[in-house]
Design a protein around this ligand. Structure first.
Ligand SMILES: Nc1nc2c(c(=O)[nH]1)N[C@H]1C(S)=C(S)[C@@H](COP(=O)(O)O)O[C@H]1N2
Ligand SMILES: [Mo]
Length: 319
């Protein structure tokens, strides 16, 4: 996978002290093994299974959109996952996701756009974009959260390249469908493939990113490589993994969790402490690794940047 490098700046110059120390620790933890190839092995060795090679992503830009909250460890981020294509247990993705092959990879892009529909190779998807580090808190609808140093680029920059037309009111994303490699897809726990969607103005908001890495390395398979969405003001299930198709559509698309359990999971799924899930409160949540629960913030703390997208909408009905 082609990873475009930002201009050559030493990472200590563009990364704050705390983060830099954190990265040093991570690199030290991974050293001994061939750097870059098997950085996750120390963490994942306990699960067995061959790891896909990971590439280091050098000279990342630091994003002004990042939170300065303490990061979750690499171990938390890569061993406590939701990726139902590999099973329902939080440890299943780390156990079984290496059964998915991610190279070659192309993304089908089609729908209401001026550019012709095409299967775009992952390298051509990435080539024009400069990758940066974006630290976001991922807030799962199950009332836990993690702070993750993503590596990615704005989703809007990718969308604009295909010149969506005025009929493109929504963007629909579809995950890879390959039951031979994704054992969870062999049972009907959900409707496969996993689908998600955003309204066009949400998708173009600069907070929404395509992530290709974490902690300065390309994603491990359990994290949804080679590219996944991260939408930090929405519950985690909107951040669809291992995207195989992007469509520009006129009507609001179906989205998997809403199709499975419509009274519990809506299309918008904005983080909202005032709208409870039918089976639990969303007012507080447990940061993974912390002992106490903490208050959940409206739009996960991004109200200033995104609240205006929902002006005049009833957020209880549009949950
Ligand atoms: N294709 C796909 N994408 C998915 C999921 C999934 O099951 N399948 N789970 C979602 C949920 S519920 C969450 S909380 C996040 C978890 O991302 P993480 O494992 O990187 O923390 O991925 C989301 N993306
Ligand atoms: Mo989630």
């Amino acid at each position: 996978m082609l990873i475009k490098q930002a201009p050559d700046i030493r990472s200590s110059e563009i990364t704050d002290e705390r983060l830099y120390r954190n990265r040093r620790q991570f690199i030290q933890a991974a050293s001994g093994a061939a750097m870059g190839a098997v950085a996750g092995a120390t963490v994942l060795g306990q699960y067995g299974g061959a790891l896909q090679a990971q590439e280091p992503i050098p000279n990342l830009q630091k994003s002004p959109f990042s939170t300065d909250e303490a990061l979750n460890s690499y171990e938390d981020i890569t061993t406590y996952n939701n990726f139902y294509e590999f099973g329902m247990d939080k440890g299943d993705p780390a156990r079984y996701a290496d059964e998915m092959t991610i190279a070659p990879w192309s993304v089908r892009v089609e729908g209401e756009m001026n550019k012709p529909a095409a299967d775009v190779d992952i390298d051509d998807i990435l080539r024009p974009h400069t990758l940066e580090e974006r630290i976001y808190r991922l807030r799962c609808v199950e009332a836990w959260s993690m702070v993750v140093p993503w590596v990615g680029f704005p989703l809007g920059d990718l969308i604009k390249r295909f010149e969506p037309t005025s009929k493109a009111n929504f963007v629909k994303f579809t995950t890879l469908y390959r039951p031979e490699e994704m054992r969870g897809q062999r049972s009907r726990t959900m409707e496969w493939p996993y689908v998600e969607g955003l309204r066009m103005d949400e998708a173009l908001n600069p907070l929404a990113i395509i992530a290709v890495g974490v902690y300065g390395k390309t994603l491990l398979n359990q994290q949804g490589p080679p590219l996944r969405l991260v939408v930090p003001w929405k519950y985690g299930f909107k951040s669809i993994k291992s995207i195989a198709k992007i469509e520009f559509v006129e009507e609001q698309p179906r989205n998997s969790w809403n199709v499975s359990i419509p009274n519990e999971y809506g299309f918008y799924s904005n983080v909202n402490p005032e709208v409870d899930h039918p089976r639990w409160s969303q007012a507080r949540h447990r940061p993974i690794g912390a002992f106490f629960r903490v208050p959940t913030l409206m739009f996960n703390g991004y109200a200033d940047q995104v609240a205006s997208l929902y002006d005049g909408m009833d957020l209880v009905r549009n949950y």
